[in-house]
Ligand binder design. Sequence first.
Ligand code: DX5
Ligand code: ZN
Length: 221
Amino acid sequence: MIYIAPSILAANYAALGEDVEKVPNADMLHVDIMDGHFVPNLSFGPDVTKAVNGVTDQFLDMHLMIEEPEQWFETYANAGGDRMIFHVEATNDHVAAAKQCRELGVQAGFAIKPGTPIEPYLDDLEHFEEVLVMSVEPGFGGQKFMPEVLSKVFTLRDHIRAAGLSTVIGIDGGIANSTIAQAAEAGVDAFVAGSAVFGADNPAEAVDTLRRMAKEAAGVA
Ligand code: DX5
Ligand code: ZN
């Protein structure tokens, strides 16, 4: 299954509701939460998340680029987040964090920075609905795609298949028409795209084009 997840980090915050309504054909929305500590930038928080949730029925993937993510799961679950994707670099016990998400009735995912190896986490994938492979250093939209992280996607794909799991492999950063095919070929299922969607004249068309290119490259209908 191929999923296209527009990142509202690249939307117009003065007209956020209107921008969200421009991508009714998205598979989910990607909500980037930055705390100015885990990453050197601030974005928005629970109130904006709640406002977005109020104008759409879309599934909200919460990308928590924050320290002590466990302290915030409940707040973001109450704000309408459907899946908490926290960074493995920000927690000491990613499996306990995943269990905490489940107890709150939301899905769990983990994100991994470009420089962090995936091997230490491979035996714990059963606890997560998604692994989000960062293809830029987290913190800012509009950066250049790092193809070297695709080796982690290959490893994840082989491991997930061999274990018979349904964990979704996501990729985040620099996804555009020029980069999506290589990620899809490597085995990515869920593609986050910020500037490539909200920077386009027609965001819905951009979503359709990205989905078509990903499907073609992955060889799926
Ligand atoms: C970066 C964020 C991304 C960002 C991607 O830290 O996690 O989700 O929105 O933006 P683009 O698609 O512009 O690289
Ligand atoms: Zn993100």
